[in-house]
Structure formats: structure tokens, C-alpha cells
Write a protein that binds this ligand. Sequence first.
Ligand SMILES: Cc1cc2nc3c(=O)[nH]c(=O)nc-3n(C[C@H](O)[C@H](O)[C@H](O)COP(=O)(O)OP(=O)(O)OC[C@H]3O[C@@H](n4cnc5c(N)ncnc54)[C@H](O)[C@@H]3O)c2cc1C
Length: 453
Amino acid sequence: MRFPHEGTADLLEMLEELRGPLADTLEVAPYREADFFNEIAVMGQYRSDPELVDVLVSQARDAVKWVHSKGVRFNWSVGRHAHKVKGRFRFFGGAGLEVSGAGAGLLERLNKAVASAGISIRYGTQALDLLGTYNNVVTGVRVREDSGRIYEISAGAVVLACGGFEANTEMRARYLGPNWDLAKVRGTKHNTGDGINMALRFGATPYGHWSGCHATPWDANAPATGDRSVGDQFSRHSYPLGIVVNQECRRFMDEGANFHTHTYAKYGREILAQPGIIAYQIFDQKVVGYLRSDYRAKQVSKSVGDTIEELAKGLELNPERLAETVREFNNAVDEVKEFDPNVLDGKATRNLSQVKSNWAQKLDSPPYVGFPVSTGITFTFGGLRINPQAQVLDGSGAVINGLYAAGELVGGLFYHNYPSGSGLSSGAVFGRAAGAGAAEFARAQAAVTMVSK
Ligand SMILES: Cc1cc2nc3c(=O)[nH]c(=O)nc-3n(C[C@H](O)[C@H](O)[C@H](O)COP(=O)(O)OP(=O)(O)OC[C@H]3O[C@@H](n4cnc5c(N)ncnc54)[C@H](O)[C@@H]3O)c2cc1C
């Protein structure tokens, strides 16, 4: 989760579980509200809604402390956001922490908090539509159980938090464009845009980057939608340490343009544009120890070769062509600058049509390893327009009473690209605002009903 902080000492103060022997070997630079704000602004090509981004940035730290107070625990994100160099972990990319137990750990802790608050969850129950007076006030939802039973649930207010349209093949093709229907979905098959569509049918206004999404390099043999037993382990985010080629053995992206935290969300789109929607990440033994643990997961698609030609055969690539690409790349590497995976080391290629801007090292230490990757969509950027209180707005900018939204289906925050860890922070910040606002609205409605009775 991404949030502003003042560096190592501040984080240690903020979250007690981070204290321990590891803390002495870490360096996390301060990451302030202005850093977070500017990163979203620059990466979004200045299209993001400044009012919403300001809410996210200014409340993310409190939201993290709040989820912590609900039982969620954090770890130092070593191996993902810092490599051990000369005995120390120096964090890059602004995000220093990850949720303990990843997505499964997060839900386990939150489910406990929900149970202890006496909140019930109806699994296997799909919200179909909003109830109430069109474009005026929402009074509940119509739902369908897996058994086929359809019924209505009346409610003082409704919070939509049911994801974007990343798992809806037809909407992906319609809004993201050609071939997005062929992308793999990293997460749940259930995020099919239902919340967005039911709100639009109720008079809400669409907002944000409807043809944009978060999509990353993802194991080429991963299933069509997320597998909860594997979770995030199909991710292939260590490409800055090697080279990436397409089926024609041609490099097509600057693997070292920035830390993966600032490029991974847009590189899925680059892969989608390649023949066969496939690419190959190639590393040598100098960097294998730095690869994220996902590369050692048991489900990994991988080939190994003592020579580049042998590796090419394993990956079903043309051996001569791949050897030529690697030769050209090796000849272009700056041999003066020192390699350091924890900083933008400026060790770039020279005179190559496709530059690698940082961490360019010769591929010369066999055995070589290659990983086929495809495009994995995480979530879509387009969604509903909300105000800072997470109330859903109609086309005229007026509030739709009793309707709140949070998470992926909020539009206007992210365009083109995204700094890692912002999604959960956004969900927490606007989810908290939505919950508080919905409770207040529902209480006020109940009071009015009592008086009129
Ligand atoms: C593999 C992976 C790794 C990620 N890693 C990170 C990370 O490290 N940091 C980070 O910040 N973000 C990460 N994200 C993104 C993050 O998970 C999302 O931004 C966040 O979960 C969005 O929250 P949400 O509530 O909008 O949607 P979700 O968490 O997807 O929840 C939506 C829920 O709504 C349900 N639903 C959908 N339609 C309906 C309907 N009609 N009726 C009832 N229920 C419905 C779905 O089943 C689902 O349970 C990752 C995502 C994936 C897939």
C-alpha cells in the first residue's frame, strides 16, 4: 500500500510489527504527500482529477493506520521494493511496505474485523440493479442468488465497491480496444462492471480514462482469470534486470525506464501490441538472485539454456535471431557505470534504437533463463464520478442520494499509468469515506421515516 511517510524511523513509529532486527539493515527515504500527488499527476499525464487525488494523497496514511487498527499487518517489502546490496536494503519507488500474507492475508484479517463488528456477508449473491427513484434516491438493491432466486434488499444507503470491468470480455473490447478481449485477468472473474453499469442506468455519470487500464506482464500460461490458490505469483515484474523480446526476438520496450513500481502497470499494454500477445523476459545468472520470489513459484513457465541459442530453442524462438539481439545489446552496454538495482543507476545502452535506460548489463553469465509473459489486466481506470465524500454524482454534478462508490469503479484518479500500491490505498480512503457517509445518510433517512410515521 502506498502512502506518505517520513522514512524508516517514521514507519517504525507508525507500525509496531516492523520493529525487529531487519529494521537495522533498511533505508526507506521519505515519501511525502507532494511526491505521491506529483507521481499520480505526471504518470497520468496531468489528466487526473486533482480534487480526488488530493483526497487520496492526504488521507492514505490515516487509512493505512485505520486498516492496521482493524487487524491488518504489514511487512517490509524486501525483495520486491528493495534488493540487498552490500548488506543493506535501500528501498526504491516510494512504497516500502506490503500487507502481511498478501491479498489472502488482507482478506483474512478484514473478514475477522467484519465478523467481530457483526456484519454479515452474502456470498454467491450478485447485485443486479439499484432500487429507488431514478437519479434521485437509492433505497436498496435487487440481487440474484446462485440458486437463481431473485429478491430485493432495502437499504438506507448503498456503497458500490464491486470492481471495474476488467473481467468483462465484451466491455474490454468495447472500451479498451482491439485485442483487450484476449488479455488474461489477474484477479476475480466477478468484476464484470456490474456496479458501474447499474449506476449508469440509474443516472450516474461516467468519468475517467475509459480506454485505460492497469495491465502488467503476467505468466503466459496463467489461466484466463485469477486463481486464488496462486494469487499474485503469476506476476513477472523483474524485467528491469534483464531484456524483453517479442516473438520476432526484437526488443520493444525500455526495460529500465524506471523502477517496475512506475512502469509495470503500463507494460501490459506494450505486450498486448506484440505479435501473439506474448513476450519473453531473459536474464543471466548475475541477476537471477534478485528476481522476485514469484519467479521461483511452482507454477512458473520457464526455460533454461547454457547458450542463448539453446534458451531460444526452449522458448520456441529463432536461435540465430535471439543471439543477434543479445549480441547487439551486449555491445551497446555502458561498461563504466556500476550496476545498482536499488537506484536509477544510469547504466544505459548506447546507440541502440530501443534504449535500456538503467540496469543494462551484458547477458554473459549462463545458464540463461527465459520466462514467457502475456498481458494480465489488473483493473480498469474508467468508472463513476464521485465527490470527495465518495457520493456518486449525476451528469449535472448533483449527488445521487444514498449512493456511494469506492475502489476500482471510481473514475478520474488514474490515467495511462499508476504508481504501485495506490489501488488498495484508494479503496481504503474512499471506502472509509463511503462507509461513513452511507451510515450517516441511512441514519438520517431512518430518523425522517420515524418522524413521518
Ligand atoms: C493479482 C493482483 C495483485 C494486486 N496487487 C496490489 C498491490 O500490491 N497493491 C495495491 O494497492 N493493489 C493491488 N491490486 C489491486 C487491488 O487489489 C484493487 O485495487 C482492489 O482490490 C480494488 O478493490 P475493490 O473493492 O474496488 O475491488 P475488489 O477487491 O476486486 O472487490 C470487488 C468485489 O466485488 C465482487 N462483485 C463484483 N460484481 C459484483 C456484483 N454484481 N454483486 C456482488 N458482488 C460483486 C467481486 O466478487 C469482488 O469480491 C492487485 C490486484 C490484483 C488482481
